[in-house]
Design a protein around this ligand. Structure first.
Ligand SMILES: Nc1nc2c(ncn2[C@@H]2O[C@H](COP(=O)(O)OP(=O)(O)OP(=O)(O)O)[C@@H](O)[C@H]2O)c(=O)[nH]1
Length: 204
C-alpha cells in the first residue's frame, strides 16, 4: 500500500492546521485561514518504502461542499484526534470523536501498539493554564486504544514529525482496501501557503 490517508480531527482552534503546517514546513506560523477544508500531500520514506501521504485538514466552520464527519472517517486510514490541553471543551469533543471512531469499528489493528488512532493533546507550552491533565489524556487513549502524545505545535518540531511519521507507518502496516470517496477539498502545498496569513485571524 503506497497511499496513506490521515484525517486530522478535533474542535475549532485546537491547532490542527498548526500541526500539519509544522510537519510539512518545519515552521510554526501563528495565523491560518480556515475557511475551506484541505488535503495536503507529502512523499515520505518509511522503513525504506516510499509512501504518498495525504493529510486531511477539515474546516471547522460551515463551508461550501463540506464533507461529513462520517465521510471523513470512512476516507481515512488513520486518525489524529487533537485537543487543546488548555481547553476542556476540546477534550470533550476529542472524546466523542474517539468513541465514534471505535463505534464505527475504524482504525482497528491486531496489536494495540500499531494503533492508527492517535490522541494528541496540543499546546503543551500553555501548561500554566492547563485544563486537561496528562493522566486524563492517557486514560482516554487507553480506553479508545489510541496512542497518546502531548506536544506543542508551537515548540516541538521533532515530536510533531515523529507523531505523524508513526501514525503514517502504522496506517501503512494495517492497510486494508477502502472506499476512496474522499472529502471534497483536495488542495496542494500552494493552498497551504495561501492559507497562512489568511483571512481569519486568531490569537493565542
Ligand atoms: N500556544 C500555542 N498556540 C497554538 C499551538 N498550536 C496552534 N496554536 C494557535 O491556536 C490557534 C488555532 O490554531 P489552528 O491551527 O488554526 O487550529 P485549527 O484546529 O486548525 O482551527 P480550525 O481551522 O478553526 O478548526 C492559532 O492562533 C495558533 O497559532 C501551540 O502548540 N501552542
Amino acid at each position: 500500500m503506497n497511499d496513506i490517508k490521515l484525517a486530522v480531527l478535533g474542535s475549532e482552534g485546537v491547532g490542527k492546521s498548526a500541526l500539519i503546517v509544522r510537519f510539512l514546513t518545519r515552521r510554526f506560523i501563528g495565523e491560518y485561514a480556515s475557511s475551506s477544508e484541505c488535503i495536503y500531500r507529502k512523499r515520505l520514506s518509511i522503513d525504506g518504502r516510499q509512501l504518498n501521504l495525504e493529510l486531511y485538514d477539515p474546516c471547522s466552520q460551515p463551508c461550501e461542499g463540506k464533507s461529513s464527519l462520517n465521510e471523513q472517517m470512512h476516507w481515512a486510514d488513520g486518525f489524529v484526534v487533537v485537543y487543546d490541553i488548555s481547553d476542556r471543551s476540546s477534550f470533550v469533543a476529542a472524546k466523542a470523536i474517539v468513541h465514534l471512531i471505535r463505534e464505527l469499528h475504524l482504525g482497528v489493528t491486531k496489536r494495540d501498539m500499531d494503533s492508527v488512532v492517535f490522541l494528541v493533546g496540543n499546546k503543551q507550552d500553555l501548561c500554566h493554564v492547563r485544563e486537561v491533565s496528562r493522566e486524563e489524556g492517557q486514560r482516554l487513549a487507553a480506553e479508545g486504544k489510541c496512542q497518546f502524545y502531548e506536544l506543542s505545535a508551537a515548540e516541538h518540531y521533532q515530536e510533531v514529525a515523529l507523531m505523524f511519521s508513526k501514525v503514517a507507518r502504522n496506517a501503512g502496516l494495517s492497510g486494508k482496501a477502502k472506499d476512496r470517496r474522499r472529502p471534497s477539498g483536495s488542495k496542494s502545498m500552494a493552498k497551504l501557503i495561501n492559507n497562512v496569513f489568511g483571512k481569519r485571524r486568531k490569537s493565542v
